[in-house]
Design a protein around this ligand. Structure first.
Ligand code: F6P
Length: 359
C-alpha cells in the first residue's frame, strides 16, 4: 500500500546530524513520494503523549548545519517497560499505537542509537511499518560501519587534545582527558589517535595502573616533560567496575558513567610525582554543527530510509557498508553493542606510533 503519511522521531541522546537526517527524510518524502510528513516531538515521549506537528519542506530549511534536533528528544521515554532485559508492553504501548492510528501513519522513522532502535525493533513486532536510522556519537551500533554524530564528536576531541598538548607542554604536566562513549572505546581510540594521545584507556582493554604509570615514566625518561592521557568514561582497571557518576532511575538505561578521569589523574600524580590535571569534555562532544562527513552520512541515511519505506522494506535499519547504505534487520543491529577488539587495526596503529593502552 503506498505511503500517504509518515512520522519521524529522534530518540536518545542528541548528536550532530539529527537535523540533517530529519530534513532528508522530509524532503525526499515530499519531493519524490508526495508524502505528508509529521515530526513527533521528544522521541517516544511524543509518540506516547500524542505530540506531533506537520513538517513541510520549508520547515526543514536551514537546519542542515544545526546541532541538536528540531524535534526534541528524550532518553527516558519508552512505550515499553524493561523486565529481565526484555521490553514488555504497558499502557503506554497502547497509547503509542493509538496515536499511530489516530495520525494515520503508514510509516514511522525512528532515528536513534542502541536504546531507541531496540524499542523500534520491539514496536515493529506490534506495528511493522518501522524504519530505523543509526545515530550516536558512541559509534557502538552493530551492522553499520559508522553512525552519524561520531565524526563530529571525534573532531571535537581532536581539537581539544591539540589545545591540551600546548598547555600540558607549557606546564610540564600530565593532562588526563575524559571522553564519552559509554561501554565502547571508539571516541577515545579514534579521537586519541587523531589527537596524538600518549596513553589511551578504553573499556574493552581494562588497564593496569602500574602499566599506565610506567608509560608516563618511560616518556619522562626519554625527556618528554608532558603527556596526554585519553580515557574513555567506561574505562576501568582490570578486575574492577566502571566508575558511575549517577543513576537516572526513570531511564531505560539508568547508568551514567563518569569520574574515571579524576581517578586516573590522581593515581598518575601519586605514582609518578608529575603534576596531573583532568579535563572532562562531556556534552560538548554532542553539541555544535555536524562535520562535512556527518552531514553527508545523515543525509544519505535519511534519503535511503525514505526509499526503503517506499519499497516496503520495513523492520530494517539503514546501515553503512563501505560506501553503500543497505538495509539490515533492526533486531540484528541491536542485539549487542559494537565494541573495540584489542586486535583492531586502529589499536595496532595507535600502538605503532607509540601510544600505550595501559596493559
Ligand atoms: O550515548 C551518548 C552519550 O553521550 C554517551 O556517550 C554518554 O555516556 C551518555 O550519552 C550521556 O547521557 P546523558 O545525556 O543522559 O548525560
Amino acid at each position: 500500500m503506498p505511503i500517504k503519511r509518515a512520522g519521524v522521531l529522534t530518540g536518545g541522546g542528541d548528536c550532530p546530524g539529527l537535523n540533517a537526517a530529519v530534513r532528508a527524510i522530509t524532503r525526499k518524502g515530499i519531493l519524490d513520494y508526495s508524502w505528508e510528513v509529521i515530526g513527533i516531538q521528544d522521541g517516544y515521549e511524543g509518540l506516547i503523549e500524542g505530540q506531533a506537528r506537520p513538517l513541510t519542506s520549508d520547515d526543514v530549511a536551514n537546519i542542515l548545519p544545526r546541532g541538536g534536533t528540531i524535534l526534541g528528544t528524550s532518553n527516558k521515554a519508552s512505550p515499553f517497560d524493561l523486565r529481565d532485559g526484555k521490553e514488555v508492553e504497558t499502557e503506554r504501548t497502547k497509547k503509542a499505537l493509538a496515536n499511530i492510528d489516530r495520525w494515520g501513519l503508514d510509516a514511522l522513522f525512528c532515528i536513534g542509537g542502541d536504546g531507541t532502535l531496540t524499542i523500534a525493533a520491539k514496536l515493529a513486532e506490534l506495528w511493522p511499518n518501522v524504519i530505523g536510522l543509526p545515530k550516536t556519537i558512541d559509534n557502538d551500533l552493530r551492522c553499520t560501519d559508522q553512525t552519524f554524530g561520531f565524526d563530529t564528536a571525534c573532531a571535537f576531541v581532536t581539537d581539544a587534545l591539540d589545545r591540551l598538548h600546548t598547555t600540558a607542554d607549557a606546564h610540564h604536566r600530565v593532562m588526563v582527558v575524559e571522553v564519552m562513549g559509554r561501554y565502547a572505546g571508539w571516541i577515545a581510540l579514534e579521537g586519541g589517535l587523531a589527537g596524538g594521545g600518549d596513553v589511551i584507556l578504553i573499556p574493552e582493554m581494562p588497564f593496569s595502573r602500574q602499566k599506565v604509570i610506567s608509560a608516563i615514566e618511560e616518556r619522562s625518561a626519554r625527556g618528554k616533560r608532558s603527556s596526554i592521557v585519553v580515557v574513555s568514561e567506561g574505562a576501568h582497571a582490570a578486575g574492577e567496575k566502571h566508575v558511575v557518576d549517577s543513576v537516572v532511575s526513570d531511564s531505560p538505561d539508568p547508568i551514567r558513567l563518569g569520574g574515571i578521569g579524576k581517578h586516573v589523574a590522581t593515581f598518575i600524580e601519586e605514582g609518578t610525582g608529575h603534576e596531573s590535571r583532568v579535563a572532562v569534555l562531556g556534552h560538548m562532544q554532542r553539541g555544535g554543527s555536524p562535520s562535512f562527513y556527518d552531514r553527508v552520512l545523515a543525509t544519505g541515511c535519511g534519503t535511503r530510509a525514505a526509499e526503503l519505506a517506499a519499497e516496503g522494506m520495513f523492520g530494517n535499519m539503514v546501515a553503512l557498508r563501505g560506501k553503500d547504505l543497505v538495509p539490515v534487520p533492526l533486531g540484528e543491529a541491536t542485539c549487542s553493542l559494537k565494541l573495540v577488539t584489542p586486535d583492531h587495526r586502529l589499536v595496532t596503529t595507535a600502538k605503532a606510533v607509540g601510544a600505550s593502552f595501559g596493559i
